[in-house]
Design a protein around this ligand. Structure first.
Ligand SMILES: Cc1ncc(COP(=O)(O)O)c(C=O)c1O
Length: 393
């Protein structure tokens, strides 16, 4: 679809095409957002900050320390056992978790609407996929279906690995409440009588939450009461947090109330790091740790990122208010990069064709059509919901 949109722009002119495919943060004039507060620091790194191998296969000490602290925020010292390793982006964290928690042939539980790479990674590691319905009839997290699927998997394989992409879910922009998270932890603890429950919390977009740093991490307090059988792995991405997609830096931060779980998971990952990607780019790790450990640099980055959070809020309001006015159905967006139109699966292809004919290019996702507000200007989004409604009705 990205290529189709580009071809249309060449043929009909940029101003006559509405391209809402681009899944990366962009400025109002359509350029990829690159935070000055980040690139200035990168440009000033020394050769020895970039050229050598990392200190260790699991990452540089400073990076691991700063990542743990940034990810866990006010809860860093509330968790008894914490582990961390650097991975090639958030992708490396998700993929290594799939590989190291499950054996080939076992089943991973993922949302029915979600980042398409989860399925690809499962195939790569010879895993089966089960999906839970993300939303119930009230457009809230479907704890009932999550429970049903997790219980069935626990019975069948004596272990559950489940992915929850929250906050700022890709592609709906949904975020759960603290009490919904409490229900999930209660369920994990309940099921742990029959085996280990491992939760992969994909937090790739956490730093774009409109609730701010402390509030966006408030749900983590629920994990303090995790059963010792359980493990929570946070998949963190510098691609989004620093807008440095190409540096390929991210990591896993993992917590458990049983030290053995941390040690075993770390040992398995040490093999993965060495056996698959060797080590993570030193310059990218240095960039993150340098900014995070310096109050002035960190505040500058936070201020710059905040301006984009406000911009995303503005873009989302324009689209959502219009969608409400014209009765265009969307999934419950709260914050983040994407809004997704609700649609019966059989209608998606047909509606996409109709939209393409009118030079509107969004992306097909499971159970809907994704509008990437991260890559679309306010100007482009004004009037778009109404146009879409008219075309697909
Ligand atoms: C939901 C989600 N998780 C994780 C990632 C990982 O990104 P990266 O590997 O660039 O850090 C992405 C990237 O698009 C994503 O959308």
């Amino acid at each position: 679809m990205v290529k189709k949109a580009q071809d249309a722009k060449i043929k009909y002119g940029e101003e006559n095409v509405i391209d809402v495919t681009l899944g990366a943060l962009c400025t109002e004039d359509g350029r990829l957002t690159i935070f000055d507060s980040v690139s200035e620091v990168y440009k000033n790194l020394g050769n020895m900050d970039i050229a050598p191998y990392a200190e260790s296969f699991i990452g540089d000490r400073d990076f691991l320390k700063e990542m743990k602290s940034w990810v866990l925020g006010q809860y860093e010292y509330k968790f008894i056992n914490v582990g961390a390793l650097a991975t090639p982006g958030g992708s490396g964290s998700v993929s290594s978790t799939f590989k190291n928690i499950l054996d080939p042939g076992q089943t991973v539980l993922i949302p029915n609407i979600g980042w398409v790479s989860y399925k690809i990674m499962a195939i790569e590691h010879d895993l089966k996929v089960e999906t839970y319905e993300l939303f119930d009839e009230n457009d809230e997290f479907n704890i009932k279906d999550f429970k049903e699927k997790a219980t069935r998997i626990m019975k069948a394989q004596g272990k559950v690995l489940s992915v929850i992409n929250d906050p700022c879910h890709n592609p709906t922009g949904y975020s759960m409440s603290n009490s919904q998270w409490k229900d999930i932890v209660d369920l994990m603890n309940d099921l742990s009588k029959d085996g280990n429950f491992v939760l992969l919390n994909d937090i790739a977009y956490i730093d774009y939450s409109v609730r701010g740093y402390n509030e966006s991490r408030k749900y983590m307090e629920n994990f303090i009461d995790l059963s010792p059988k359980n493990l929570v792995i946070f998949s963190f991405s510098c691609s989004k947090t620093l807008t440095e997609y190409g540096l390929r830096v991210g990591g896993s931060v993992f917590i458990s109330n049983e030290k053995k779980n941390i040690d075993e998971y770390m040992t398995a990952n040490e093999f993965t790091c060495r056996g698959i990607w060797s080590n993570i780019p030193k310059g990218g790790m240095k960039l993150f740790s340098k900014i995070q450990s310096d109050k002035i640099l960190k505040d500058k980055l936070i201020e710059e990122r905040d301006s984009y959070i406000k911009l995303l809020e503005k873009r989302s309001k324009i689209f959502l208010e219009e969608a409400r006015e014209v009765g265009l159905e969307v999934y419950p967006y709260k914050e983040g990069f994407f809004i997704t139109l609700k649609m019966e699966s059989e209608k998606i292809k047909e509606n996409l064709e109709k939209l393409n004919k009118e030079n509107i290019y969004p992306i097909e996702v499971a159970h809907g059509i994704r509008i990437a507000i991260c890559g679309s200007s306010v100007k482009k989004l004004k009037g778009l919901a109404k146009k879409i409604k008219n075309i697909i009705s």
